[in-house]
Design a protein around this ligand. Sequence first.
Ligand SMILES: [Zn+2]
Length: 119
Amino acid sequence: MRSAEMHELSLAEAVITSCADEMRKAGRSKVTAVRLTVGRFSGVEPEAFEFAFDVACKGTPCEGAQLELELREGILHCNACGADTTMEDGFDMICPACGGFDTAIKQGREMLISSMEVE
Ligand SMILES: [Zn+2]
């Protein structure tokens, strides 16, 4: 197994654990659907994540749950000129507006459970 797959697997396990916790709090027994918001800079590969989720959910309340990933664009903020740039590909920390390096990722690093359905 590649280390990248291990990364997705541990993320999938974390998602399953928090879904199972929420499910128990709601007094239900099964998770039927999970929706996640995944930032482009989160380091999560959607296909690898779906595969990892499939593997990790076996024998858990999330087994058979429908998984939906919603990709969120990355936004790079430049501290020098104030420009916000949408980053669709790659991981370039240079501001395209002024060429400055004083930048920060404003959006796109997150991976959140946006909603879930339980039975
Ligand atoms: Zn700039």
